[in-house]
Design a protein around this ligand. Structure first.
Ligand SMILES: O=C(O)CCC(=O)C(=O)O
Length: 509
């Protein structure tokens, strides 16, 4: 949903660009051109050609996913038999997505039984995201992750039941959909996806400079040195957090998990969209977490605080392994945000409000966003498009100790490059309160406003509370904004009749 912090984006059906014309028999790895690359180094094997476009697999990647190969390999196969089809019987005419959608309607027992019907059903029924969904639907209060989602599910339902994870390898099974799912789960970020770093960085600037150069013009900036005095920056790491609150449950996507169990999951899971710990109530759950950090001086004005404990969600602790992150979205309720990296590092891509990122399709009322299945898939299929765009995104890697300012309305995508811990807060200051009020007043407020149960009335409650605490402020800001608009109109008229460089009038016939 546009503007929710919790990553509930609609996803496109995986629309695979056929990036993998061929792969080696053991599917060691493939390049975009269809030639081979090696694990980790990204270097070409002897049988490939020059390959600056190659992909590397993570060192931890399993050597195959049940032997699934990209469809292009079928054309190199002497038998031209695709066991995907023969084993599906009458269902073979359905797309892979549809087969998986149907299988997604089944419970674990039926999936298990169906997996014994044919090699093809074995591969489909062992597709890990099916078992992940079953776990997330069934184990709302957490789960103990055991090597794969399938064994996690079986363990949760029947702890005494042993599941073997050895995994059959099926010959001659070709599917772009299933292959790319495996590929995306095991790809390293390519160095060229990380190279561009064009954000403005500042250290030790005054609040006035921050407001006039960044907040007022609504431009991102990366601020260095803001966390130097934070206890969190000095102390927070896995051991500290486990000791402090390892048995406390935090929000992880649709479930609640004990922190210690989440860390166990994040160490073991190798998947395309790792679950992300993203909890807005962390400071109520563990008071010390809230005391271990301080809002940086630039973001002290926090007008939603007039609503006391009736304010919408505004701060989150964020924990995730490499590869986890947030796909493209705009922050809730037209607020601005800051995001402080305490451990690890994050790659950011930001587009201004008037530029919808490639591959992203917001619904006309702004209530939903359809975007690629995963962040890594966005990089594979869309990142290159931005190179030829006139309006380039702002990009950076934000490292531990750094804070990024995300101005209101900006689209952003974030991927963790290492295991990361961060704090983010959304805020309303005098610079963006009019945008926020406009947003809360929208006719579809009850679907687009977020972070509170009382969506439709947030506008009235907030406006009244501001008027009570800061009488006259809204009227003042409205008249200043009107004056500014008149000034800008005058300026643009003057620009249109003068040669602004030479200070002379322009004539046209
Ligand atoms: O994953 C992250 O750290 C970024 C979170 C984010 O985009 C947000 O809080 O709006």
């Amino acid at each position: 949903m546009l503007g929710t912090k919790n990553l509930l984006h609609k996803t496109h059906k995986r629309k695979r660009k056929n990036n993998h014309r061929s792969a080696s028999k053991n599917q060691k790895s493939v390049s975009k051109k269809g030639c081979f690359i090696s694990r980790k180094s990204g270097k070409e094997d002897e049988d490939g050609d020059d390959n600056e476009e190659g992909f590397s697999l993570k060192a931890s990647a399993p050597s195959h996913s049940h032997g699934v190969q990209p469809l292009g390999n079928l054309y190199l196969s002497p038998s031209s038999n695709n066991s995907r089809n023969s084993g599906l019987g009458n269902l073979q005419s359905l797309t892979d997505e549809l087969v998986l959608e149907i299988l997604g309607l089944l419970g674990g027992t039926h999936l298990g039984v169906l997996s014994t019907v044919s090699k093809s059903f074995y591969v489909f029924c062992n597709h890990e995201p099916l078992w992940r969904n079953l776990v997330l639907e069934t184990c709302k209060d957490g789960f103990l992750y055991i090597e794969t989602w399938k064994s996690t599910y079986v363990h949760a339902i029947r702890p005494s039941f042993e599941v073997s994870n050895s995994g059959l390898k099926v010959r001659d099974f070709y599917s772009d959909y299933l292959f790319q799912s495996w590929l995306c789960a095991n790809l390293e970020m390519k160095p060229e996806w990380l190279d561009r770093d064009n954000i403005i960085r500042k250290k030790g600037i005054s609040v006035e400079e921050f407001v006039s150069k960044f907040e007022e013009p609504n431009k991102p900036v990366l601020l260095e040195g803001c966390l130097d005095t934070w206890v969190a920056f000095e102390k927070w790491n896995r051991n500290y957090l486990i000791e402090l609150c390892g048995d406390v449950q935090f929000s992880v996507g649709p479930v609640e998990m004990k922190l210690e169990e989440y860390f166990r999951y994040s160490d073991l899971a190798k998947e395309e969209r790792p679950l992300y710990l993203f909890d807005p109530k962390f400071a109520q759950k563990v008071l010390q977490l809230g005391l271990d950090y301080e809002v940086p001086v630039y973001f002290k004005e926090d007008l939603f605080s007039v609503l006391g404990d009736k304010r919408p969600d505004y701060r989150w602790i964020i924990i995730g392994p490499a590869g986890s992150g947030s796909s493209f979205h705009i922050d809730p309720n037209s607020t601005s945000a800051w995001n402080a990296v305490i451990k690890g590092s994050k790659k950011w891509i930001l587009f201004p409000p008037d530029v919808v990122p490639p591959g992203v399709h917001p619904s006309p009322d702004g209530a939903e966003v359809a975007s690629p299945v995963s962040i890594i898939e966005w990089f594979m299929n869309f990142y290159n498009d931005t190179k030829i765009w006139k309006k380039k995104p702002v990009e950076c890697v934000c490292k531990a100790g750094e804070v990024i300012f995300v101005p209101n309305g900006w689209w952003h995508l974030v991927i963790n490059l290492e295991d990361s811990i961060a704090i983010t807060q959304n805020f309303v200051s005098r610079r963006n309160i009019l945008n926020v009020l406009d947003f809360l007043k929208k006719p579809n407020a009850c679907t687009v406003v977020s972070g509170t149960r009382d969506r439709a009335n947030l506008y009235d409650r907030f406006k009244k509370a501001i008027e009570a605490s800061f009488p006259g402020t809204i009227d003042d800001l409205v008249s200043k904004a009107d004056e500014k608009k008149v000034q800008q109109k005058k300026l643009s008229f003057w620009d249109s009749v003068t040669d602004s460089n030479a200070g002379a009038f322009k004539f046209s016939f």
